[in-house]
Design a protein around this ligand. Structure first.
Ligand code: ZN
Length: 326
């Protein structure tokens, strides 16, 4: 167990420093075009920019929490590409780097780690990723599987103001990442529990210690006394052993990698989940129903899961992002 770190929070403290500096947005993202959105938001389109075939992704592994290899990481991202991202968008995750580090000692957190990694290394600036996934087990990821984050490359501000070219291009900048920093220097990120155990059964509230062979603590969809079985290397609720996420230990983590990615391209938080009122309003009731009525594509057993539980219009926002170079 380690600290809960949300990228960007520690970096957002110097508000005054950056007041008035936003003029450096020499290449602002295009304004939200309602007319265009009306025409395209109801469809999942192929990426119209043919160069947008790969999402360059940096992975950080907290070695205090996981004993996993580079192959474990690339296998998971291949799965996430194969069943989620590629069928819907034509885009695959391209893991450009995997950093293994211990985050439990001292004050090291993901943001400061990345600051060190890039700010002090001129050569690596042009290799900045377009998405960052940190594998970390903390109270939130242990319970929910992961959460959205973003990394602000705040140290680029001075370079940009001085007119230096960074040679950093992001094919998928998100204008939906809020805060006081220009979205062009904010990289979508997620903190994810690698190998998240779906439907744990008989574990104490820490999620680690087994104290029962039947469900407790609201497990198994709030049913006490459901017998636990052994599956995928842990104790699972027997009433959920045939559920989709019980079929493969990595399905839930793959879903979370995509789910939290897409949260970075929406501005409604949980309202951007599949099937919410906000989702239906943004898509139009009929268009939403048309998607809902489709037959799920294997291996999924529902259209909701096919979209990683995210509203199709947010997937569209991801596809609509246009390359920005600094
Ligand atoms: Zn969510």
């Amino acid at each position: 167990m380690t600290l809960v770190v949300i990228f960007g929070i520690t970096l957002a403290a110097n508000g005054d420093l950056f007041q008035g500096r936003l003029s450096l947005r020499s290449k602002p993202l295009p304004a939200h075009d309602e007319t265009k959105n009306q025409q395209t938001r109801n469809k999942i389109l192929p990426a119209y920019d043919e160069t947008k075939t790969q999402l360059n992704t940096l992975v950080i592994v907290d070695t205090d929490d996981y004993k996993i290899t580079e192959k474990d990481v690339t296998d998971l991202f291949k799965l996430a590409s194969d069943i989620y991202l590629k069928p819907k968008t034509g885009i695959t995750f391209n893991v450009t780097g995997i950093k293994f580090a211990s985050f439990s000692e001292g004050n090291l957190n993901f943001s400061s780690y990345l600051d060190e990694e890039y700010a002090k290394n001129q050569e690596s600036k042009s290799n900045l990723p377009e998405y960052i996934v940190a594998f970390d087990k903390n109270e939130v990821t242990n319970e929910y599987g992961g959460y959205k984050a973003h990394y602000v490359i705040y140290w680029l501000i001075d370079d940009l103001e001085n007119g230096q070219k960074i040679n950093y291009c992001n094919k998928f900048p998100s204008k939906y990442i809020g805060g006081q920093y220009p979205s062009e220097i904010s990289i979508p990120a997620a903190v994810v529990d690698y190998g998240h155990r779906y439907a744990i059964c008989g574990y104490d509230t820490d999620g680690i210690t087994i104290i029962s062979n039947t469900s407790i603590n609201g497990q198994c969809i709030n049913q006490e006394g459901i017998p636990c079985i052994s599956k995928n290397g842990y104790q699972m609720c027997s009433n959920l052993q045939n559920a989709f996420y019980a079929q493969n230990l990595l399905y839930y983590s793959a879903k979370t990698i995509v789910h939290e990615l897409m949260h970075n391209y929406g501005e409604n938080g949980e309202g951007d989940h599949f099937g919410t009122n906000t989702c239906k309003e943004n898509m139009g009731e009929k268009e939403f129903q048309d998607i809902l009525n489709k037959t799920p594509i294997a291996p999924f057993d529902s259209v909701t899961k096919e979209y990683a539980d995210m509203c199709p219009n947010v997937w569209q926002n991801f596809l609509n992002s246009k390359q920005n170079c600094l």
